[in-house]
Design a binder for this molecule. Structure first.
Ligand code: DX5
Ligand code: ZN
Length: 215
């Protein structure tokens, strides 16, 4: 599988959101990463449905929605209606993860599960076959622009092992502190989707920054 790049609009200029989405449309980005924070699961609040709907209206690429919220089951249908193609929930926020994953798929979306930096990959042992995507957090969720946690490499290797022979089409997505310096090693270790916020939107030329992550 060729790897994918999913720029995170958390780092975009919200005053010029349409402009930034149109830039992503012209770029090599494969997906658009949409970070939803509720101020409870994480100590920050990002944005909600009206913003996602506007992003959907302008975006020509799939929306990769990362829910950093408690009790995500309550909002799956609304995110699907707002235009999410991929919905990723946090392992730590789901009591009945199997049910949640099924609900996402029944909405016609791809289902992802995100792991906080301290959550072992082994906790996915009994659900790995059913997942379209696993998102490994390489920072503590809640904020863009944080420092990459190197233990991520070990977790990617663990996940490759867990998925091998059981889920060959799994997307392994890395989120937090990804840039042109660590991208190659992440991909070589087995990641195949790179999320990037600040390394794209703070770059002098975001289109070029995306292209570097893609090639
Ligand atoms: C963090 C979010 C990330 C964030 C990544 O909680 O899940 O998607 O936007 O931003 P950078 O790439 O700046 O670490
Ligand atoms: Zn994210």
């Amino acid at each position: 599988m060729n790897h994918l790049v999913s720029p995170s609009i958390l780092a975009s200029d919200f005053g010029n959101l349409q402009r930034d989405i149109e830039m992503l449309n012209r770029s090599d980005a494969d997906w658009i990463h949409v970070d939803i924070m509720d101020g409870l699961f994480v100590p920050n609040i990002s944005f909600g449905f009206p913003v996602v709907e506007k992003v959907r209206q302008h975006a020509q690429k799939p929306l990769d929605v990362h829910l950093m919220i408690v009790d995500p089951d309550r909002y799956l249908e609304r995110f699907s209606k707002a235009g999410a193609e991929i919905i990723t929930v946090h392992f730590e926020a789901c009591t009945h993860l199997n049910r949640t994953v099924n609900a996402i798929k029944e909405l016609g979306c791809k289902a992802g599960v995100a792991l906080n930096p301290h959550t072992p990959v082994a906790f996915l042992e009994d659900i790995i076959e059913y997942l379209d995507l696993v998102l490994i957090m390489s920072v503590n969720p809640g904020f863009g622009g944080q420092k990459f946690i190197p233990n991520t490499y070990k977790k990617i290797a663990d996940l490759v092992k867990l998925g091998s022979g059981r889920n060959e089409n799994l997307h392994i997505e890395i989120d937090g502190g990804v840039d042109e310096h660590n991208a190659r090693l992440l991909l070589d270790t087995g990641a195949n989707v790179l999320v990037a916020g600040n390394s794209v939107f703070s770059a002098p030329d975001p289109i070029e920054a995306i292209s570097k992550l893609k090639h």
